[in-house]
Design a protein around this ligand. Structure first.
Ligand SMILES: C[S@@+](CC[C@H](N)C(=O)[O-])C[C@H]1O[C@@H](n2cnc3c(N)ncnc32)[C@H](O)[C@@H]1O
Length: 308
């Protein structure tokens, strides 16, 4: 579940443990006990300061930041959390900038996470179908003096490979599902496997199941996002999703109908193994470690580390 924090940044909490009550309360379940955080949400589902503090106290947010040695009360920024997680996984594998290791950001977009990796000193290749997004990334990197470590490629992730080039790759924000079909995800995994050096890792953030349904959330600028899964074709494993963004003035800002591929944990595990990977580790969206064997039954958004 994503909630808007009091500082305007998104906060990601595990939907399996945090539930919203009717009157702005949040119910948090941990170790079999339930805690109610009163007045945690505003009417538009944004976190109040009390809600934020309550989630911190329950260890639902900031847990990763805390175990990483930094202050648990650091402002919650979903991008920074994700980047810290990715950097911690890199370090745990001894992939450090001083070794000249190359890292691949798959479906990098405007480089929400690439910029953190560049700032940490890594040599980074960012790939995306969108030339405009990569232009923005290059522009931002240039402004921060990071251009010399960045290469960008406008390309389809299902067809991109640089054999034996990367010590590590990652794909955030559930972007694998953008590839459109299971056969293209399979092909992509083969390409990444071929692109990694021996012992390399591929960290993937992926939503492992989707049911027809809908959700609404609000952005920091007052924009409202209505998201609906209209249809799932069980034969092709495609979902038809509709996204409607309405501005603060109620004018439609964007309207998008898209097809994404549905992935279950068991499919992902089978595809990864067919591509030559082993499953290295598994985390929930809040970076809580989960046993690897649970991938086959897991649901919701997870981080999966695939190892060559
Ligand atoms: C949800 S965004 C994620 C952006 C970024 N990784 C982040 O975490 O903010 C998905 C990105 O995938 C890109 N994309 C979609 N299909 C792709 C494909 N077949 N090959 C490469 N990029 C693709 C889109 O252009 C978009 O920038």
């Amino acid at each position: 579940m994503m909630l808007l924090g009091p500082d305007g940044a998104w906060v990601v909490v595990p939907s399996s443990r945090v539930a919203a009550g009717g009157s702005g309360d949040l119910a948090v379940t941990r170790d079999g006990a339930q805690t109610i955080i009163r007045g945690a949400l505003t009417a538009s589902h944004e976190l109040t300061a009390a809600g934020y503090a309550g989630l911190l106290a329950c260890g639902m947010i900031g847990a990763f930041v805390a175990t990483d040695g930094a202050a648990a009360s650091a402002p919650a920024s979903s991008s920074r959390w994700e980047a810290r997680h990715i950097l911690a996984v890199l370090r745990s594998r001894s992939v450090t900038p001083d070794r000249g290791s190359h890292v691949l950001d798959v479906c990098a977009g405007q480089g929400r996470l690439s910029l953190h990796l560049l700032e940490a000193g890594y040599l980074l290749d960012a790939i995306d179908l969108s030339e405009e997004a990569l232009d923005r990334l290059r522009h931002e990197a240039a402004g921060r003096g990071l251009s010399t470590r960045l290469s960008t490629f406008v390309t389809d992730a299902a067809n991109f490979a640089r054999p034996d080039h990367y010590a590590f790759a990652y794909c955030a924000a559930n972007s694998l599902r953008c590839l459109g079909s299971r056969s293209r995800v399979q092909r992509h995994l083969r390409m990444v496997h071929r692109s990694l050096t021996a012992g390399g890792g591929y960290l993937v953030h992926v939503g492992l199941s989707t049911r027809p349904g809908s959700a609404t959330w609000y952005g920091a600028d007052g924009r409202r996002v209505d998201w609906t899964v209209e249809e799932i074709d069980t034969r092709t494993a495609e979902t038809i999703e509709r996204v409607r963004v309405t501005g603060a003035d109620s004018a439609a800002a964007a309207h998008d109908l898209r097809v994404r591929v549905l992935l279950h944990g068991a499919d992902l595990a089978a595809m990864a193994e067919a591509a030559g990977f082993t499953i290295g580790a598994l985390w929930e969206e809040d970076f809580t470690r989960v046993a690897e064997y649970e991938l086959k039954t897991a649901a919701g958004n997870m981080w999966v580390l695939l190892e060559k």
